[in-house]
Design a protein around this ligand. Structure first.
Ligand code: FAD
Length: 260
């Protein structure tokens, strides 16, 4: 009960496919609502759409993003911003994951308070799901697409800055999908560790879902090699972590919802 959905019920993740759709749909609603597509962000959105069209775990989001891509040049021609006529009311109603989404509620990412979890949890689950669906040859593209998307379109200012710093500290291109998935996992854990400390003093925490270094032993015992006593840090078996991530975000997530 203490660690709630992070630990107690691995089967819960299967319900996260709904939240991945919800987060995708809300992300685009925010982009349209706040007119975030600009001359300087256009290319990065196209990149992220390409990634989603190929690898989003939900078929209907793949379809919606592919359709948006097909009409992107008509909706946002490169001279769009120069003309000064920016009424895109048709785009405002664009439902990227089909007409039923957003549904207005969260499943796996539901917080115990209205203002906790939800969208940012759903976005993480989407990003991890993408990281275990790509091939080696797409790993650097995926890294760029995700880093630029978060930097340009994530509504949380502090998050985009922190994430951008982590992206900027990567010095050599990713060649393996495994390395990218592990980088994302480790970056998420860095955020978790920071929030473990910060949330003590902030009111933004969800008491039912305390931040943890993930995955805990209860979810993946083979991932844990032990504790490095000197640094007080967990030593990981990265092969096992990658196996676990793939299982968790690919097989389990997709199992309930193959045809969506
Ligand atoms: P989340 O951290 O959102 O995680 C969702 C689910 O992912 C968990 O329930 C768990 O099942 C799984 N998970 C947890 N850790 C890992 C991991 N290491 N690898 C794989 N799966 C994991 N908030 C801030 O206050 N400051 C920030 O700088 C900040 N940066 C963010 C950057 C990004 C890119 C995103 C998407 C969010 C960021 N947030 C930040 C929000 C914050 O990380 C959480 O999303 C939010 O606090 C809700 O937490 P949660 O308990 O729902 O779990």
């Amino acid at each position: 009960e203490l660690l709630s959905s992070n630990v107690s019920d691995p089967g819960q993740i299967a319900r996260a496919i709904y939240d991945v759709e919800e987060a995708t749909s809300i992300a685009f609603d925010i982009i349209f609502e706040h007119k975030m597509i600009k001359a300087e962000t256009r290319a990065s959105l196209i990149k992220f759409l390409q990634l989603l069209a190929a690898h989003h775990p939900s078929r209907r989001c793949r379809k919606g993003t592919a359709e948006f891509l097909v009409s992107f040049d008509d909706l946002y021609p490169t001279d769009f911003w120069a003309t000064g006529k920016h009424d895109k009311s048709s785009v405002k109603n664009l439902k990227i994951c089909g007409k039923d989404v957003p549904r207005g509620y969260w499943m796996f990412c539901r917080g115990s308070k209205n203002e906790t979890r939800g969208f940012s949890c759903g976005l993480w689950v989407l990003l991890h799901s993408l990281s275990v669906r790509i091939e080696d040859g797409e790993s650097q593209f995926t890294f760029n697409a995700i880093c630029d998307f978060v930097h340009n379109f994530f509504i949380c200012e502090e998050c985009r800055q922190h994430f951008y710093d982590m992206c900027s500290s990567v010095s050599s291109p990713f060649k393996k999908a495994r390395d990218f998935a592990l980088w994302l996992w480790s970056s998420h854990n860095k955020v978790n560790v920071r929030l473990m400390k910060e949330e003590v003093s902030l009111d933004t925490a969800d008491p039912k879902f305390p931040k943890i270094i993930w995955p805990p032993k209860q979810l993946c015992s083979s991932c844990h090699l032990g504790l490095d006593q000197k640094n007080n840090k967990i030593e990981w078996n990265q092969d096992e972590v990658f196996k676990f991530l793939t299982e968790y975000y690919s097989t389990t997530l997709a199992s309930l919802y193959k045809d969506s």
